[in-house]
Every structure is written in structure tokens, then in C-alpha cells.
Design a protein around this ligand. Structure first.
Ligand SMILES: Nc1ncnc2c1ncn2[C@@H]1O[C@H](COP(=O)(O)OP(=O)(O)O)[C@@H](O)[C@H]1O
Ligand SMILES: Cc1cn([C@H]2C[C@H](O)[C@@H](COP(=O)(O)OP(=O)(O)O)O2)c(=O)[nH]c1=O
Length: 265
């Protein structure tokens, strides 16, 4: 398909998982697979703005187990995502580009839960303006497998004893349990298999999400569930023909159903 024929709405793919689960590897495979059909942009979360921010660093240097410090960090992380969505993710989706997010809100929820932040509802509401992914691929690997990959990763200086295995185990559990609410677009992919084998499942799920998006676009329906805070319940999916709400950050008029590009609420 040429760029001129690209449907208005782009596909948002989220790749999530614990450290060394293969996110970067699979994100590159997806990009390679889709590059001929439309422009592809890979993005990482949190952004460099957050990672290099003095305020973030000062809160991170506090006791990580303090709920108060974690709440402050969660607010900063939500700001980072909201800004990234407004300035990078949404404009690219609106231009019909494919956006692949290496870590997304589900990673954020998992990270803060592992740090002892128990207010999942609050965390979800805080990030509800993030566009809901068309497809989320959670790459599932046992903590031991991840730990061994971390040690053997190119250029790694980490030793096995430096790795917080407990945190990897807890995070994996959270990704599997999905305490933020189950979604039909969230898929658990066995990432412990060889790269090519895992990629086969990943690409097939991405292809079917792309097909679904194309079908919805043709029918003039909104591309995806507008509210990430709401799991894709049957009731939510039944409301797919309603016009999508206006992006509160945007100075643009709300999209027509044909455009249906604004995914923020
Ligand atoms: N399915 C796999 N089997 C074995 N090794 C893998 C697999 N996927 C990735 N790796 C290797 O594991 C390490 C971490 O992969 P990477 O894609 O960087 O993970 P992440 O982005 O999740 O941290 C890299 O050295 C990579 O080559
Ligand atoms: C993974 C992830 C991290 N973060 C934040 C939490 C942390 O302050 C920071 C670093 O996360 P990360 O590099 O994943 O963890 P670690 O500290 O174990 O290396 O990024 C997000 O905001 N969203 C995310 O999806």
C-alpha cells in the first residue's frame, strides 16, 4: 500500500514485559514486518525527558519503598506519558503511521505495583488519557530466563547476584494477573521460545489487529477503545459506533467519525 492510500488512523502496538523479555527484539521485528506498508515509529517509555529529569532523579533517590515518594514518581511518569502522547504518539497515529511502544502504561502499572504502590485504580485514572493500544503484546518469560539474558546481554556488566529476582517474579505475576482490568486486545505471548518462534505469534497478532483497524476504518467506526481506563468490556465494544470524544489537549476540532483519529478522552 502506498503512503497516499494509508488509512487515516495509524496502528498503536504496545510491547510489554519484564527486563530482557525480548521487547526491543520483537519491536524491531514488527517494524521490519510493517515498514513496507506504512511509516513506522518505535518509541520507548518513559522518555528521555523523564529519565534525565532532575526532579525524577531527586524523588528516585528517596527511599523507593515510601508510598509518598512512589506517588510523586507516578505523577511525574503520568506527565511524561501525557506529554509524549500529545506531542509524538497521537500526531503520528493521526498521520496514519504505525507507532510501536516499547513499554506502555501496563509496564508503568507493573513497575509501580512492584514498588509497593497499591492504588491501582488511582494509577489507571491518572493515565487514562493515554491512547489505548490496538494490540498489546506481553512477552512472558520466567524470571530466571530473564536474569540469564540480562547477564549475557551484549555489553552487560551485571552479575546474576546483582539482579533482583523477586522483583522480576512479582512483575511477571502482575503482567499475568492484569489487575488493571482484562482487555481483549492484551495478549500473552510465550517469549521464552526462540526469537523466530515468538516472532511468528507476535506478527500474526499484529496483522490481525491491523486488519481489524482497517475494517473499522472502512466502516467509519472509532479505531480503538477511547478510554484506556476502561477495559474492553462487551458494553464498551458495543459503543464502537459512537463518535470519539475530543482530545482535551488539542486545538484541532474534534475528528469526524471518518477520521476518528483522536483517541484521547
Ligand atoms: N526469544 C529469545 N531467546 C533468546 N534470547 C533472546 C530472545 N529474545 C531476546 N533475546 C536476547 O535477550 C536479550 C534481551 O533482549 P531485548 O530484546 O533487549 O529485551 P528487552 O528489550 O525486553 O529488555 C538480548 O541479548 C536479546 O538478544
Ligand atoms: C517501565 C516503566 C518505567 N517507568 C519509570 C519508573 C522508573 O522511575 C523509571 C525506570 O524504570 P526502569 O528503567 O524500567 O526500571 P529500573 O529502575 O529497574 O531500571 O521509569 C515508567 O514511568 N513507565 C514504564 O513503563
Amino acid at each position: 500500500m502506498s503512503t497516499e492510500e494509508t488509512p487515516t488512523r495509524g496502528l498503536l502496538v504496545a510491547v510489554c514485559g519484564i527486563d530482557a523479555s525480548g521487547k526491543t527484539t520483537q519491536a524491531a521485528r514488527i517494524a521490519e514486518h510493517l515498514r513496507d506498508s506504512r511509516p513506522v515509529h518505535i518509541t520507548r517509555q518513559p522518555t528521555d525527558l523523564y529519565r534525565g529529569d532532575d526532579l525524577v532523579r531527586s524523588v528516585e533517590s528517596l527511599d523507593r519503598r515510601t508510598p509518598e515518594a512512589m506517588r510523586e514518581l507516578a505523577l511525574l511518569a503520568a506527565f511524561d506519558l501525557a506529554r509524549h502522547a500529545r506531542t509524538v504518539i497521537c500526531p503520528r497515529l493521526d498521520r496514519g503511521e504505525t507507532v510501536i511502544a516499547d513499554q506502555y502504561v501496563f509496564s508503568t502499572y507493573t513497575f509501580f505495583q512492584a514498588c509497593g504502590l497499591t492504588e491501582m485504580d488511582w494509577l489507571v485514572q491518572l493515565n487514562r488519557f493515554a491512547p489505548a493500544p490496538d494490540v498489546t503484546l506481553y512477552l512472558d518469560v520466567p524470571a530466571e530466563t530473564a536474569a540469564s539474558r540480562i547477564v549475557h546481554r551484549e555489553g552487560s556488566l551485571r552479575q546474576k547476584q546483582d539482579i533482583d529476582l523477586r522483583r522480576l517474579i512479582d512483575s511477571r505475576q502482575t503482567y499475568l494477573e492484569q489487575p488493571w482490568g482484562r482487555r481483549t486486545t492484551y495478549h500473552v505471548v510465550d517469549g521464552a521460545r526462540p526469537i523466530d518462534e515468538a516472532a511468528r505469534d507476535v506478527l500474526s497478532l499484529v496483522d490481525s489487529a491491523a486488519q481489524d483497524l482497517e475494517d473499522r476504518t472502512r466502516k467509519g467506526a472509532p479505531a480503538r477503545s477511547a478510554d484506556i481506563a476502561a477495559p474492553c468490556s462487551p458494553a464498551k465494544e458495543a459503543s464502537a459506533t459512537e463518535p470519539s470524544p475530543k482530545d482535551p489537549f488539542s486545538s484541532e476540532p474534534p475528528p469526524t467519525p471518518e477520521q476518528g483519529t483522536s483517541v484521547l478522552v
